[in-house]
Ligand binder design. Structure first.
Ligand code: SAM
Length: 347
């Protein structure tokens, strides 16, 4: 068997990758090898999750943030961002709409906004769970203490998304202000797992200063942490950030990494992210065909969507939106997959 194909087989068998194998898979231009990588990754997903695509209703409930991450359009220094907060009633109304559409997971994501105290978050989580006891609630509201995470969990939160962004210390520092540390980010992720959340980490593909070596560290971190979810999508510059002139991550590299992650971590819930849909009109489908099995359409009220602008030209209508679900279903069917009405827990 050809050497490149053997490499892919060995990654699948060992559920691990070496730096050299990763370099090969990210650099090769051999079409047969790339097809095989996609094929094995998507077969792995099909064997575990069938051809089912899980949908998550994303509610971006505040774009106010105390942090100043250099890549992010809602960083606190961006005075051009028009800030907003949704009320508890707005959030419940989004969930109601989502439920009718067939969503059984709601993802509450936002900047680190002090207005939303632990008490308020717990109140919102328990209200959503009370109205929709058959649904999962995912939080994605950044770095908190163990005690806060425990309170949200006790209020009914099921899952938590917190991308680690990069597992390399020096790289982490180039992406974040000095108050933020990789050490604390990792502490948060371990706390979340210990508490019992289905936990998601992840990173941007092509973030400034990322190298194959740092990506290798990301994959090793994922192997160590054993998260239930991994969110990766291309870095896309935002015009009002210090990284405005940096190049975006590529579709090709993101797809290759989705496949590698599926092979080393077969059961992981792996979204084809909004950022992937933003850099290519078929980004979502291509992500699924590379091993992803989750999509997260936007359930936020349409008047605030354009304000949650993490990067230039972020999509928020069409198949990306909850109203575009019919279109999304058709697109998934056209590639042999079906969107299901289910919580879509980790298997
Ligand atoms: N504040 C929470 C946190 O830090 O986890 C959740 C919101 S944060 C905006 C969600 C994710 O958006 C980040 O983890 C980051 O990876 C992604 N993101 C931010 N800016 C981005 C950019 N310019 N391109 C692509 N993704 C970006």
């Amino acid at each position: 068997m050809k050497q490149g194909l053997e490499i892919i087989d060995s990654i699948q068998k060992k559920q691990n990758v070496t730096l050299e194998k990763l370099r090969f898979l990210l650099e090769t231009q051999d079409k047969e090898v790339l097809e095989y990588l996609k094929h094995l990754a998507s077969q792995t997903t099909l064997a575990i999750y069938d051809n089912h695509i899980y949908i998550r209703g994303l509610i971006e409930f505040t774009n106010i943030c105390k942090n100043d991450c250099l890549y992010c359009g809602i960083r606190k220094s961006n005075t051009n961002a028009e800030r907003y907060r949704l009320t508890k009633e707005d959030i419940l109304s989004c969930c109601h709409t989502g439920y009718e559409l067939g969503f059984r997971t709601f993802v509450l994501q936002g900047g680190e906004d002090g207005y939303f105290t632990d008490e308020l978050i717990c109140n919102i989580v328990s209200s959503v769970k009370k109205q929709h006891p058959d649904c999962a609630v995912t939080l994605s509201i950044g770095e908190k203490t163990f005690e806060s995470y425990q309170k949200y969990f006790d209020a009914g939160a099921d899952r938590y998304l917190l991308r680690h962004e990069t597992a390399n210390e020096a790289h982490y520092q180039t992406l974040h202000p000095s108050e933020l540390s990789l050490e604390n980010r990792k502490r948060c992720l371990r706390d979340l797992k210990d508490i019992g959340y289905q936990t998601g980490c992840g990173f941007m593909v092509g973030s400034p200063n990322q190298t194959i070596e740092t990506l290798y560290e990301d994959l090793q971190f994922i192997r160590d942490l054993q998260p239930q979810m991994v969110g990766i999508g291309p870095f896309i510059p935002h015009k009002d950030t210090p990284f405005a002139a940096k190049p975006a991550g590529t579709l090709d590299r993101t797809l290759r990494l989705l496949s590698v992650i599926r092979l080393i971590h077969p059961h992981v819930l792996l979204p084809a992210t909004t950022a992937l849909g933003t850099i290519h009109p078929q980004g979502r489908e291509l992500g699924i065909l590379s091993g992803a099995n989750v999509v997260m359409p936007n359930l936020s009220p349409s008047q605030v969507r354009k304000k949650y602008m993490l990067y230039n030209d972020k999509i928020s209508s069409g198949e990306e939106s909850a109203e575009g679900l019919k279109d999304l279903k058709q697109r998934m069917e056209s590639i042999g997959y079906q969107v299901v009405v289910a919580r879509g827990d980790y298997k």
